[in-house]
Design a protein around this ligand. Structure first.
Ligand code: DSN
Length: 426
């Protein structure tokens, strides 16, 4: 068969784009070469519905071993009793927890999307807002911090069955113990979605949700730096408190209900090639090198936040504990949409984002989100952050000036030459 040069040429162009630009999308990263190689392998050919040792297909002896390795390594990383590595994405992981725990129409409580939350935590346009009865908490107007008093008041008022914590655009750590306390009071279960800070939690640089939250979900490709995918974990497997039943009417352990919610609940065949790549990534996360990386992520984020503050930018909550920051651009008279578009011209990639109490729509927004996980993987340290912030500032303050933006782009491309990406790819 003829090689499909059309597609492979585009893949090559994407490699060049990634090499030459500054990647600041907070949910992105660069996998190691071995993680990427593990993803493109013959396991993509294998059907393996079910779980290791109990599949609906023959010939699963080898993929059983990679999946078991991924499960064992993930349990070791977070010190947990239960792990499911099959969710195709974070959204799927969250859907599986909801399916296992909730009945249609049940009340849920999550961080409002417009305050930094996630679509799958009850947004009206997502299954989580259509099938269930979503309620929301927010952040305080002044400090931009999770409004725990509001969360507690809402929980007492609506008595949710499930409380979501975790966010897509929140730069501070979480008080999981406080959330669990009110959850116990109102009879709710708690799910932490740690997709963004998972790498920092893995290396104990942020609070651990595991002893306080019944379920923890994550993606594997953000700060965990693995292939795209999702995971579900529980600190301890537990007998479900409400006697939740499987389809046959049997009361099961939560691990059984979660496994069944992933398959056959919401997914069919697991992506065994991606699970192999997850196993490789989890091996990397267990290394000491990964701790060095995560510490640098935190230092870079703090250095970047400081450089922005020094230039008069308004960071929501005033700074960051993790790998990202959300900037309210209203005092700079530029929308998030325009900022994103101007930055792309300079080959700086970031995404527009609503800020708390935004007066603009989700398509325009008043904010922009920056994350440093990807540039830290490229080898950047605190000393490189001022150049990046200067470049961003120059673009945003001259968003309609093509020659100035062109000059910044040239400087960005030259700057990036020192951070080699995938040299093995030529
Ligand atoms: N909301 C996406 C992000 O944080 O970029 C992930 O689902």
């Amino acid at each position: 068969m003829q090689r499909d040069t059309l597609v492979f040429d585009l893949i090559r162009k994407e490699l060049e784009r990634q090499r030459h630009g500054i990647e600041l999308i907070a949910s992105e990263n660069f996998t190691s070469l071995q993680v990427m190689q593990a993803m493109g392998n013959v396991m993509t050919n294998k059907y393996a519905e079910g779980y290791p040792g109990r599949r609906y297909y023959a010939g699963c002896e080898i993929v059983d071993q990679t999946e078991q390795l991924a499960i064992d390594r993930l349990k070791e990383i977070f010190g947990v009793e239960y792990a499911n590595v099959q969710p195709h994405s974070g959204a799927q992981a969250n859907a599986a927890v909801a399916l296992a725990v909730l009945q249609p129409g049940d009340a849920t409580l999550g961080l409002d999307l417009s305050m930094g939350g996630h679509l799958t935590h009850g947004s009206a346009v997502n299954y989580s807002g259509k099938l269930y009865q979503p309620h929301f908490y927010g952040v305080t107007r002044e400090e931009g911090l999770i409004d725990y008093e509001m969360l507690e008041a809402k929980a007492r008022e609506v008595k949710p069955k499930l409380i979501y914590c975790g966010a897509s655009a929140y730069s501070r750590d979480w008080d999981y113990a406080r959330i669990r306390k009110v959850a116990d009071e109102v009879g709710a279960l708690v799910m932490a979605d740690i997709a963004h800070p998972a790498g920092l939690i893995a290396k104990k640089l942020l609070n651990s949700p595991f002893e306080h939250c019944h379920f923890v979900t994550s993606t594997t490709h953000k700060t965990l730096r693995g292939p795209r995918g999702g995971i579900i974990m529980m600190n301890k497997d537990f007998e479900n408190p409400w006697g939740l039943k499987d389809v046959k009417g049997n009361i099961r352990m939560m691990s059984n209900l979660l496994d069944m919610a992933v398959f056959p609940g919401i997914q069919g065949g697991p992506l065994q090639h991606v699970i192999a790549a997850k196993a490789v990534a989890f091996g990397e996360i267990l290394s000491d090198e990964f701790l060095v990386y995560q510490k640098q992520v935190q230092k870079n984020a703090q250095a970047m936040a400081k450089a922005f503050v020094d230039k008069g930018y308004h960071i929501i909550s005033g700074g960051t504990d993790n790998h990202l920051m959300l900037i309210d651009l209203r005092n700079k008279n530029i929308s998030g949409k325009k900022a994103e578009q101007a930055l792309v011209q300079a080959e700086i990639t970031a995404n527009k984002n609503m800020v708390p109490y935004d007066d603009k729509s989700a398509f325009v927004t008043s904010g922009i989100r920056f994350g440093v996980a990807a540039i830290t993987t490229r080898g950047m340290t605190e000393s490189h952050m001022p150049f990046i912030v200067d470049s961003i500032d120059k673009v945003l303050m001259n968003a309609d000036d093509a020659p100035i933006i062109g000059a910044v782009r040239n400087q960005v491309n030259e700057f990036m030459e020192q951070f080699i990406l995938y040299p093995e790819m030529g």
